[in-house]
Design a protein around this ligand. Structure first.
Ligand SMILES: NC(=O)c1ccc[n+]([C@@H]2O[C@H](COP(=O)([O-])OP(=O)(O)OC[C@H]3O[C@@H](n4cnc5c(N)ncnc54)[C@H](OP(=O)(O)O)[C@@H]3O)[C@@H](O)[C@H]2O)c1
Length: 252
């Protein structure tokens, strides 16, 4: 469809599958993450397969100065951004609040909340100038239902929902759309990152449950982006079939 879609955290999981879904749809991509080698691989693969333009750049969304310097330059190099998918995010640790590492807490807040707002605050004025644009933020069922040992992660995802709602209010007179996507359990490297690389602990999260796959979420993000200009989807919550709240999951 020839739109320019900017996706943060595009090297893995939901971000990666979302990039593939938009490329298949004929959209051009602006992709960032910290792992540039993975971005370069994606660029080559997607351009060869889908004949779309893919621009990649290394960015740590928690680095406020880097966002301020790199994001405007990248947007200007591709002319404009139609859709921003704020996907970069992570959980660190699964511990009772009193035992949680303050470093882990800060990493989650810096990435999931501050990173998202640095990028959005930079991109939104470009969208407003053209009076069109769509910001799609990755929240989580964790932002709706707090769960044991996840207080700070859950709080960051509740913040994502509230930030989305606030931005939607502030842009009400424009044709900017803001959508929060709130997935339940999705099988990605997310748990390996949460458990600081412990593959066994990560695998146990998905054992015995038919978890959502990242392409399921990508499909829904693409759907939300493909509505007519008059239609704004505010939130979509997606759970696995055997899931009832953020952490209530029936396992076989
Ligand atoms: N998996 C789930 O069950 C689930 C459920 C609900 C919501 N979510 C949300 O969905 C989003 C994607 O998660 P996922 O499951 O796809 O996890 P993932 O496979 O671990 O992917 C996370 C992505 O974020 C990027 N990232 C992390 N920190 C970053 C930083 N400081 N700057 C730039 N990029 C950064 C990573 O890239 P680099 O390491 O290359 O930087 C990676 O591409 C997150 O916001 C997560 O909270 C996940």
């Amino acid at each position: 469809m020839g739109r320019n879609v900017f996706i943060t955290g595009a090297t893995s999981g939901i971000g990666r599958e979302t990039a593939i879904a938009f490329a298949k749809n004929g959209d051009n991509l602006l992709l960032c993450a910290r792992r540039k080698d993975k971005l370069d691989e994606m660029k080559q693969g997607l351009e060869d397969l889908y004949k779309v333009d893919v621009t990649v750049f290394e960015l740590d969304v928690t680095d406020r100065a880097a966002v301020a310097e790199k994001v405007p330059a990248m947007i200007e190099s591709i002319d404009h951004v139609d859709i921003l998918v704020n996907n970069a995010g992570l959980a660190q640790g699964l511990d009772a609040f009193e035992d949680s590492s303050i470093d882990d807490m800060e990493t989650m807040i810096d990435t999931n909340v501050k990173g998202l707002l640095y990028v959005s605050r930079t991109v939104l004025p470009y969208m407003l100038k053209r009076n069109i644009g769509h910001i799609i933020n990755l929240g989580s069922t964790a932002g709706i239902y707090a769960y044991a040992k996840g207080a700070v992660y859950c709080a960051t995802k509740a913040a994502v929902k509230t930030l989305s709602d606030g931005i939607r209010i502030d842009t009400i007179e424009s044709d900017i759309k803001v959508t929060t996507i709130q997935p339940g359990i999705v099988e990605t490297p997310f748990s390996e990152v949460r458990f600081h690389g412990d593959k066994e602990k990560a695998a146990a999260v998905y054992a015995g449950v038919d978890a959502l796959q990242p392409e399921d979420i990508a499909d829904i993000i693409l759907f939300a982006s493909n509505r007519p200009r008059r239609v704004q989807i505010s939130d979509i919550t997606i759970m696995a079939n055997q899931q009832a709240t953020g952490f209530m999951i029936a396992k076989k």
